[in-house]
Structures are given as structure tokens and as C-alpha cells.
Design a protein around this ligand. Structure first.
Ligand code: CMP
Length: 140
């Protein structure tokens, strides 16, 4: 498998509970390198654009409100098969369905307040990374 980059967000429910380090430890233990990272207060415009694929879903408004409710940590993670590896470490979107040892099993509060976001494909990872990082902010 090739070295890939993926995009990750440590969400407001996790930053609020001071879990950034604990979540990063799980990523690093899985072999993902944090090659870009910034703590930001996402704007409504950024959140609406980032989640625009979900604009027609009933939870869209709630999702946008949540993502701007507290700071988030946006990240670029790099490693062998990084997109799939990151999704494995995160666990299922719904924490009730997440496997033991995953971030969401351990830390997520609900399907909405689920602590982390990760890209679902390498193609989307490139698009999502470009929304928050310029190349010079990523140091591998
Ligand atoms: P994420 O990986 O960030 O991508 C879309 C997000 O929508 C997802 O994680 C969940 O946090 C959120 N989401 C998905 N389904 C629901 C739902 N039924 N209610 C609230 N939020 C949801």
C-alpha cells in the first residue's frame, strides 16, 4: 500500500473535554503521522461548505451549529494506507456501533457529537485538506 494523506478533525465535543492529546496518541500508535495541525474556531461559512454534501440531510443545521460551537483541531495525517487506517482507528460513525479500542467507542457522546471526522476516500481527502491547509503548512 502506498503512503497517503488524509484529513482529520478533532471535533468540539473532544476539544471541550481536553481530549486532543488522547486522540492524537491513538492516531500515532496506529502509525499515522501528524504532518499538519492547527486549532481553529471554524466559521459558519467554512462549516457549511465543508459539509455541503449533507445540506439536504435533516441533521445538517445541527451539524453546522455543533462544528462552530467550540474550537476544533484540523489535521493532515500521513501514513501507509492512511485513509482506511484513520477510519479504522476512529471507529463507526455511531459510537454505539464502534469497535472496542476505537476513538469513537472510547470518547464519542453520540452520532452527532462523535469526536472526530475523517475523509472517506483519497480523492475527498485532497479536497478537504485544501479547504484548510496550504502545501507549506504540511511538513511530512
Ligand atoms: P462526519 O464523519 O464528520 O461526517 C458527517 C457527520 O454528520 C458525521 O460525522 C456525524 O457526526 C454527523 N451525522 C451523521 N448522521 C447523523 C445524525 N443522524 N444525526 C446527527 N448527526 C449525524
Amino acid at each position: 500500500m502506498a503512503i497517503q494523506r488524509t484529513f482529520s478533525i478533532i471535533k468540539p465535543d473532544a476539544t471541550k473535554r481536553n481530549l486532543t492529546g488522547a486522540i492524537n496518541a491513538k492516531f500515532e500508535a496506529a502509525g499515522l503521522r501528524i504532518v499538519g495541525q492547527r486549532r481553529i474556531q471554524m466559521t459558519r461559512q467554512q462549516a457549511e461548505k465543508f459539509y455541503e454534501v449533507h445540506a439536504e440531510r435533516p441533521f445538517y443545521g445541527e451539524l453546522v451549529d455543533f462544528m462552530i460551537s467550540e474550537p476544533v483541531v484540523v489535521q493532515v495525517l500521513e501514513g501507509e494506507d492512511a485513509v482506511a487506517k484513520h477510519r479504522d482507528v476512529m471507529g463507526a460513525t455511531n459510537p454505539a456501533e464502534a469497535a472496542e479500542g476505537t476513538v469513537r467507542k472510547e470518547f464519542a457522546l453520540s452520532i452527532g457529537e462523535n469526536s472526530v471526522h475523517g475523509s472517506d476516500s483519497e480523492e475527498n481527502a485532497k479536497i478537504e485538506i485544501a479547504q484548510f491547509f496550504t502545501e507549506d503548512q504540511i511538513v511530512g
